[in-house]
Structure formats: structure tokens, C-alpha cells
Design a binder for this molecule. Sequence first.
Ligand SMILES: [Zn+2]
Length: 667
Amino acid sequence: MVLDRINFLKDEINKYNYQYYVEDNPTIDDYTYDKLFAELKHLEEEHPELKTPDSPTQRVGSVSEKFFPYTHKHRLYSLDNTYNYEDLEIWYKKITEEYGDDVELVCELKIDGLAISLTYENGIFTTGVTRGDGVTGENITPNLKTVRAIPLKLFEDVDIEVRGEIYMPKTSFEKLNKESLEKGEKLFANPRNAAAGSIRQLDSTITAKRDLSIWVYASIMEEISNPPKTHYDSLMYLKKLGFKVNPNIKLCKNVYEAIEYCKEWENKRFNLDYATDGVVIKVNSLAIQNDMGFTARAPKWATAFKFPPEEVVTTLEDIEFGIGKTGAVTPVAILTPVLLAGSTVSRASLHNFDEIRRLDIRKGDKVLIKKAAEIIPKVIKVADTENRISKRHYSVPQKCPVCHSPLEMRDGEVNLYCSNPDCPAINKARLEFWVSKDAMDIDSVGPSIIQQLYDKKLVQSPVDFYKLTIADLMTLNLIKEKSAANIYNAIQGSKNRPLKRLITALIIKNVGKETADILANEYGTLENLMNASEADLAAINGIGEKMGKDIYEFFHNEKNIKMLNDLKAQGVEPPAVELPKSSLFKGKTLVITGTLSNMTRDEANELIKKYGGKASSSVSKNTSYLVVGLNPGSKFDKAQKLGVIILTEDEFLEMIKSEEKFPVVPD
Ligand SMILES: [Zn+2]
């Protein structure tokens, strides 16, 4: 009896939620809704054993100590992107060469929000996770439950994982900022930051108060009878399950229709109540998607067209000088705040002193600034000099703005550098880089914490982070026991980050995250890398003599060796990287064409890499082998013309099998 009533109430409320938050079409008034909700809550309080996770009363939120990392079952990839239509045509041409002329595409608006993944078991929402780095995210299930547009229960009892973008409507963002301004709180720069800040609240009752919504755009279905065969149909199916799917999707016959769509939305997007920064274009056929597979970071069957950056004119109020982790002094334009591409901008990059000279920019000038997504805006040119205050050119500073040491030039570089190796500004920038996303990724340690830790002499070098105690952290301004414990745990939890991150964090001259990745895969452990000879380093593809020397010198500098040993003593030790299983394909480049029968193209490419080879997508004179599946494309003809060795799928597998019998130890 009670159970029936509870089930009835749950279904009714879920239905009204769906009508209100997904279909944007409410059918009952708030009063009636609130009455149903109160009755359900009352019954559940009397019969707690009947409370279930899909009950609408479970959307209220709770307080967590911290977010737990969650390894995605299926990786969330990034998208390759472009700003021009020609690239889209080239991308499409490659596809049609392989799969025939009539490859359909689906266009979707690229939502400028926060990517997340939602898992449903038997139609019940169980787990919600942030994208994170695509491999590991954070479990934020309680927060996502408060987002009314996310169904707690689907219309069918399926097992499914869906991906979507959490966003805050522009109108809600403006309202939130207005309220924050009145309360004297910090303002969010744009709707995206507001959405991110709201969804990552440890107290999800705060999330519940923020007006967040979602667009769902992809799914992974397992064991479903009669699964959709196209991306478009899968979106329609998601809609049928009760998900909020953006209505502005379009099925296009070819790339020209897709380009029309991009052109149309370049202007129309400003009328939407959510921010979009481009169009995502995907191959419609799931069979072709599956066959095309992925590169290391992105699907080959999808690409993003980014809308051109916006430009705006504002006034230059001043020029300040900042110091980066390399010690380079960079000029920053201080601007009269202005709205640009949805954010308020008050600073812009001026790159270096040559740029100031080239622009002949002076206080009071009207300047044109431009912003590409995610990138700090930059000054393009002086638009008007009528209100110019300064009569003289900006002069290049002679001293470091922070430690007042003389600045020096370096061979072949336009930048000026602080000459003091112990400049506090450089040290702080290096510490900030150590905790940054591409390096050790300790996101609860922000610039203001580093500033305090440095000034209190608690942290002078990265090693000191790992020596911090909770008591040390509690001496910081506004840090109470709970957040001190969070910070402490975040630092301790970063000790076993992958080797490539540690190498990036070390700030070796000219070694960015890509090069760090190459080094990690080449050497597997820090010890091996430290013991590498200069000649060995220089011989690595993508390193070369100059960088090889820099890397060698870094690892043979006494101060650096001491730091690395100290880090190790503190327990900072990345797990060893799995090196290629054998050198069967070492130094060889392999290309695959046609449909393979024993594995997907991705799996084949993984095998190639595992056996030390390089997997490429196009045939050239440097191709060692072409592996041919069913219905090979134009690559087959090209390979024949170039005299590339051609292998059938069976021959390819045979090579690997015989290798398994007589494994070759990598040299
Ligand atoms: Zn300095």
C-alpha cells in the first residue's frame, strides 16, 4: 500500500521534473508539485527502508570531505579542432577516400561547459564523474544528483554510460554574479567557470542552489538489443531514455552541408541562453567510427570547428611586468575592463618588449584585443591614439620588478631574464608550475597558498611540499583544520604521478609535456633517464642534439641531482612505464587499411606500439609495412606504387605470434 503510493509519487514527480527541466514544458503548478514532494518526503521519513537512490528527494545534496578519483571505464578523449573550413574539407576528403563518397556527418553545437560522464545501471543513475584528464576524473555523484535535468531513473531499464556537458544558462550566470556582487563575494569570469565552480562544491547543497543544466551528446551501450547503427539514432535513443539532448543537431549529407551549419551558427549562437564556442562534427555511421578509431588523444571520426575569436576595443591603463618560471620578464597590458567572448577582460598579454616597440603602445591608447578560446587575450594593435597620455615610448626596464636584480639578455632570444637564480618571483612561479595541471596536478594548492607558504619559508623548493604537516598548513590565512587536511592529502596523494608529469614538473629547458612523454616512454624510469648518455638522448626521435644536451646537463647538475634524491627520499616516485614488449617493429612504421576481421584498427595500432613500432595513418616512402584488411582504400595502390611491403592481417598476426615464441629483449 505505502510502497504503491511511494512509487506513484516518485513516478509523478520524476515525470514533472522531466517536463520542466528536460522538455522545458511544465504541466503542473509549483503548489501541486510541492505538495506531492512533501508527501513523498513524509512517507520516506516514516518508512526509511523504502527510500531508494532514484527518489527525487535524493536531489537535496550533502557535504563530502573530498572528491574521490575515479578511473573511467572508457576513456574520454579530446577533439582535434580547427578554425578554418579548408581543414574540414581535407578531413572529410580523407574519410571519403577510405569509405566512399556518401559519408554522412552529424553537426552539434559545442557547448562551453564541463564534460562529465554518467553511469546508469538498470536504468538507475549510479555514478557521475568529471572528465579529469580523460583517464581519471573525480566522483561527484551527489552534486550531479542535484542537477534536475539529469534523470535519476530512465524510461527503460538499461545499462548505459553517457557523456554530456554541464552548463549554467547565461541568464542564471548573470543573476548569480549580481547576487555575489551585492554580497561582496568573488565574481565568476564566465558561465563556464560558474558551472565548474558550482559542480565542484564539497557541499552539494550549494550546488543544488545553482541553476545548472546539461546537454547529453554521446553514449556507450553494452548488451542492448537492437543497438542504434548511427550516431544520430543514438542521440534520438538518448532522448527517448529521458536525457536532455540539444535540439540544434543536424544530420548532413556531406561536409558542405556541415560548413553551412557552422556559418549559420556563427551568428545565431549569440541568441542562445548557453555559451557555445564551435561546432562538433562527427561521422554518422557507428561502423565507420569504429573502424577509424582514435589517435593518441582524439577520435579520428570527429573534429571541432571553433568559431573565430572575438575582438574588442578598450583602453590601455598601464603596463605591468610579470616573471615566469623560466625567469623571463613579460609585459602585461592592464586594460579598462571590457566584455570579450563572454568574459570580463582586464589584462592582456604583450608577449615581450619587441612587441611593445612594434605596437608603439602607450598609456591611454585605445587598443584592439582578441581572444581565442581558453587562451589569455592579446593586444593586436593600437586602434586610436587620441587620448594618449604618455609622450614617450615605453622604455625597457633595467631591473627585475620583484628582486631588483639587473635583467639580462640571452643569446638568440628576445626575452629579458632576471639574473638572480634565487629570485622569489621565479621560485614562486616554479612552485606554481609544479602543482599545475600538466605537471604534478595538485589542484587544491593555488597561487595564494603558494605565496603564503613561500613567504613563511615553509616551502622554498618542490621537495618542501612533501614535508608539510597539517599543523604547518593551519598557520596559513583562512585555512582551518579540514581544508588543511584536504591540502595535505592532495599533496601526499600526488607522490606517484606518472613519470611524464614529474619530468614536465622539473622545468628542464625546452622540455614541455610532449617531450616529457617521449622521454618517459623511452626510459621507463627516472633512474634510466638520469643515467642516459648525451648521445643516446640526442638520438631519440623528436629530441635532437641541442635538447639532448640540455637534458643531459640538467640531470648532471649537482643541485638537480640533490633535489631528485630528496624527492625520492620523500616518497615521490613515479611508477615505471611499461616499455614496448619487444623490438619486433622497432624503427618501423606501419599503416593499416581496410577493415580487419580479428581486431579493430585501434587494437591493431596498440599492438604495433606494444611491439615497438610506430602506427601511422598515411602511406609514404617511410612506411615499412602496409597491413591490409577487407576493402582496402587508396592506401593500397599508393603502397604498391612506392614498393612498400604489404602484409595480410594473418601475416601481421603471424609475425607477432612467432615473436611471442622467441621474445626479443628490447635493447
Ligand atoms: Zn628577480
